[in-house]
Write a protein that binds this ligand. Structure first.
Ligand code: MF3
Ligand code: CO
Length: 249
């Protein structure tokens, strides 16, 4: 698809319902993240919570064969961390990325959490990455070009001395998990298509403390920073409105 998908009021109601379940799933993850829990246990809890709502299913499961509900990306893992036997320890950071599907519509959101006490460097990374997403959200409304989002994220991240992981981008979503347009985390204000009202995008800064570059791992899914530096990921699914955005999840 190379055009924007526009949602009807009825579809928007379904998206709101999915988004609410997704936001609650991520809040639950925030309460469960602690030293001693495994990423697989987090995944089980997320799946159980989502499926406890009639008609809601984990959106990532089965996507290109993905076998889990969550992506759990710890420390130098940027995205698509596969849940497993890893036991979280004090000082780690963990991104819990999740999607909820309801009435054939997709939502996608992520938060990165501190495990107990973390280093100043890790805290700076979390604060700046979350701020980059918040700053982007504050400039979006119908008629704004995608490049405005990109340049806002880039300005926030680089202004704070951190690095955009440039290979990973946000995206349109709705009927599918990834669709037109790409929403890069770097670029110029004047670039990209203009956002129409009632379309849906996922904005997702993925930021690291070292050099730009990624490396795939043996499990076929997890993507790491090439230099092993720490990485954080925050993501919202956003509905574009005439005068701003609605945070769906
Ligand atoms: N939030 C992830 C992204 O936008 C979705 C991962 S789907 C998975 O890339 F199947 F790779 F888990
Ligand atoms: Co996404």
């Amino acid at each position: 698809m190379s055009d924007f998908q526009i949602f009807s009021p009825k579809e928007i109601e379904s998206l709101r319902h999915a988004g609410k379940i997704l936001a609650q799933t991520l809040e639950l993850m925030g309460r469960l993240v602690a030293p001693g829990i495994t990423t697989k246990e987090l995944d089980r809890a997320a799946e159980e919570f989502i499926r406890s709502h009639e008609g809601a299913t984990p959106a990532f499961m089965g996507y290109h064969g993905y076998p889990a509900t969550l992506c759990t990306s710890v420390n130098e893992q940027c995205v698509h961390g596969l849940p497993g036997d890893y036991v979280l320890k004090e000082g780690d950071i963990i991104a819990t990325d999740c999607g909820v599907m309801y009435k054939s519509l997709y939502t996608d959101a992520c938060r990165t959490f501190a495990v107990g006490r973390i280093s100043e460097e890790a805290q700076h990374l979390l604060t700046v990455s979350a701020q980059a997403l918040a700053n982007a959200v504050s400039v979006i409304k119908a008629g704004v070009k995608v490049g405005v989002i990109s340049s806002t994220v880039q300005g926030t991240v680089e202004g704070a001395g951190l690095t955009i992981v440039s290979a990973l981008t946000g995206h349109g979503l709705g009927k599918t998990l990834h669709q037109f347009p790409d929403v890069p985390n770097y670029g110029e204000k004047g670039e990209g298509p203009k956002l129409p009202a009632h379309t849906l995008i996922a904005v997702e800064p993925i930021v690291c403390t070292g050099k730009d570059g990624i490396k795939e791992s043996d499990d076929q899914w997890t993507i790491n920073t090439k230099d092993g530096s720490l990485s954080a990921h925050f993501e919202h699914t956003l509905l574009i409105l005439e005068d701003g955005v609605e945070v769906i999840a």
